[in-house]
Ligand binder design. Structure first.
Ligand code: F0G
Length: 458
């Protein structure tokens, strides 16, 4: 069959205006934002690829559900629908609603963590790591080595290195491993998927040592697409059945509903262990809200219940994964050093290779983020030494493993012409790469510095 354009499997019923800007205006905005796009106003952005989190366009079904939201304090019908949807997906009997993913992380990891404890993951996301470190515990990343090779075309580069997992469990002692966290897809590891075979192996190792396995399931539907289409034996499974099979391997799930539940706010913690669930529920009620709404409105829970259905629709997932690959492959063809194959929700640029003249200490990723904004009004996110860099005892930078820039694609929001515009902006940036300059940090907070740090050009 001839190659056909991937059309968006939806029509647009409501539109939101984008205010056009010039490069001069954007230079002013970026200076005011101290060269940190997190500090820009969204009205100053043309194509916002900062995150795929909470930025989805909801469907007419979900918006209709908003009107049906039951705002009762206790036992709302919207909660019962959300709870049923989460139980069906995770198979976990105890579900705690939270206002977003990190609230679920905080509930669970503050209970399990503390000084002397370690968590082991295929790659901790920044809020996951921050919650763990905030409790006094340590977060250890054990991705497969292929994960670091940005142009190696292998299907499941998000996998956990099971040999390293076993070594870390033995080195720290199983009793000190608070949990193993399998993040699907592996967001900080390039949005790469995790295979079912790997998840099964991780689960078996956890069982062998009596260690708890938690699934960070925020992009589990996208991960299921890769399993169905790329892993032997899953061709005839539904996406939902694949996700359910993966959840069944774990002792619990945390999920930011702002990703694959296709909503603007929400999350949950789902557990099999009653005692642990009761401990977390106590903190939930103190900090988030009563146990049948967490931090959510009834209408939010209604939208989550519907989103968890829609996200597994084959036409949607096919469009979603193929349109992300479209951006990735076109950038690659234009000579941009992208991480390949494409992840599910985002395309990652290797900024060290894009700007080889900018040393890691001057944050090549931040330089690319700023250039994309200036030239194209495109907002993106650095995932490198700004986000994950640390200091040694002499104050010298310990860089992150990779200097990436993430182009995260909001779900059902942009059309192919927006994506083509992003590709054209990259083609322009390629032409005068040498003129880009690095940055130094002028201010930084102690945790999650990338959100509020201020920069100065070097
Ligand atoms: N886990 C993963 C893998 C995530 O990607 C995120 C959020 C969270 C947990 C926390 O969820 O934002 O609802 O509190 N990731 C967003 C991103 C922020 O841009 O990748 P949250």
């Amino acid at each position: 069959m001839q190659h056909r354009t991937i059309i968006e499997p939806f029509r647009i019923k409501v539109v939101e205006k984008i205010k056009m800007t010039t490069e001069e205006e954007r230079r002013e905005f970026l200076t005011r934002a101290n060269y940190n796009p997190f500090l820009l106003h969204s009205s100053e952005v043309l194509v916002d690829l900062l995150t795929d989190s909470g930025t989805s366009a909801m469907s007419s079904e979900q918006w209709a559900g908003i009107m049906l939201g039951d705002e009762s304090y206790a036992g709302a019908s919207s909660w019962l629908r959300m709870e049923a949807a989460v139980m069906d997906l995770t198979g976990c009997p105890y579900v705690l609603p939270t206002h977003q993913g990190r609230a679920a992380e905080h509930l669970l990891y503050s209970r399990l963590g503390g000084p002397g404890k370690v968590f082991i993951s295929n790659t901790h996301f920044d809020t996951t790591r921050a919650n763990i470190e905030f409790s006094g515990a340590a977060a250890i990343d054990v991705p497969v080595p292929e994960n670091r090779q940005t142009d190696l075309l292998l299907p499941f580069k998000g996998n956990m290195d099971t040999r390293a997992l076993r070594e870390q469990i033995l080195k720290n002692g199983p009793e000190n491993v608070a949990a193993v966290i399998l993040t699907v897809t592996n967001n900080s590891g390039g949005g790469q998927p995790v295979s079912m075979a790997n998840a099964k192996e991780v689960s078996a190792i956890c069982r062998q040592y009596g260690v708890r396995l938690i699934l960070d399931a925020c992009r589990i539907a996208e991960n299921a697409w890769f399993i169905k289409n790329q892993e032997e034996g899953y061709e005839n499974h539904t996406y939902r059945a694949i996700a359910q099979e993966m959840c069944a391997l774990a002792d619990g799930c945390v999920m930011s509903a702002k990703k694959d539940a296709l909503v603007n706010m929400g999350g949950f913690l789902a557990l099999r262990d009653l005692d642990l669930a009761l401990q977390c529920r106590t903190v939930l009620i103190i900090t988030e809200g009563y146990s049948t709404y967490g931090g959510l409105s009834g209408r939010d829970m209604e939208a989550i219940a519907r989103g968890l259905e829609e996200v597994f629709e084959p036409d949607y997932l096919d469009y979603r994964i193929k349109s992300t690959a479209y951006l990735c492959e076109h950038l690659h063809a234009a000579g941009v050093p992208v991480m390949r194959p494409a992840g599910g929700h985002a395309v990652y640029i290797d900024a060290r290779r894009f700007y080889p003249h900018i040393p890691v200490e001057e944050f090549p990723g931040q330089a690319l983020v700023c250039e994309l904004y200036l030239k194209g009004g495109i907002r993106t996110c650095e995932i490198g030494s700004v986000m994950f860099g640390k200091y040694d005892e002499h104050g010298a930078l310990i860089p992150a493993q990779m200097e990436l820039v993430r182009l995260a694609i909001p779900r059902r929001v942009y059309t192919q012409s927006h994506i083509d515009y992003v590709i054209e902006t990259f083609e322009e940036l390629m032409k005068d790469r040498k003129s880009a300059r690095g940055f130094r940090i002028a201010y930084e907070p102690p945790f999650l510095r990338h959100f509020t740090a201020r920069f100065e050009p070097v």
